[in-house]
Ligand binder design. Sequence first.
Ligand code: NDP
Length: 239
Amino acid sequence: MKRALVTGGSGGIGAAICHRLAADGYFVYVHANRNLAKAQALVEAMLADGGQAEALAFDVTDADASRAILETLIADAPIQVLVNNAGIHDDAVFPGMNAAQWHRVLDVSLNGFFNVTQPLTMAMIRSRWGRIINITSIAGLTGNRGQVNYSAAKGALHAATKALSLELASRGVTVNAVAPGIIQTDMIDGVFDAKAIESMVPMKRAGRPEEVANVVSFLASEQASYLTGQIISVNGGMI
Ligand code: NDP
């Protein structure tokens, strides 16, 4: 049974991805940072549905803690599906953005990508099969007012996705990004009201976390074996 790790599995999109990968037959590590109880509840639900899963928690900005936990996980076998989904936003128009807002958002999304992916890569390469899927954002493609930090982090992840895909293409490891638009989770509560969503999204609604998970499921599958270095938008037609 292949093993998958979903960072930010305690969040809205991450939970949907965890459920879907468990249904697809992977053993799923449901990762959390502060909300381990949420990840544990999710694991209970996945086990009840006949899936296999385990919860774990660490801060992806803590390089040493991340490496120590991940090295233990892969001591006997590689993790072959990695979904880098943990992310935060901390919005402010640029003249009012402070250094802490800038650094924290990049630290979670971009440095977190390094801290989690790098320790897992060599084992994946040795196994000659792997899937790295980065959850980015439409903001990384178009930019977004009030989100210079978030757009920079997600845009950098797009470039990292492409560069790493070139390094790993001949080793059976694919690297892709999924760039959601507006997805109904806690992250967007209080950010967009229904009227704003209607005017911004051609499909006139927010996406559902499951609609992101469907794409991740495909990218993780055998069917996506010739697909790498791509950024797949899931945004109801916004771009
Ligand atoms: P949530 O806020 O629901 O979940 C965020 C997740 O990230 C949580 O599981 C949280 O863990 C985890 N996390 C935050 N900081 C850290 C950290 N320092 N270390 C480890 N984990 C951390 O967000 P969504 O589910 O909405 O978003 C998931 C991803 O999708 C993010 O990368 C986001 O940028 C992206 N996205 C979301 C969109 C949306 O409209 N919702 C649109 C475009 C992209 P915990 O709660 O346990 O602390």
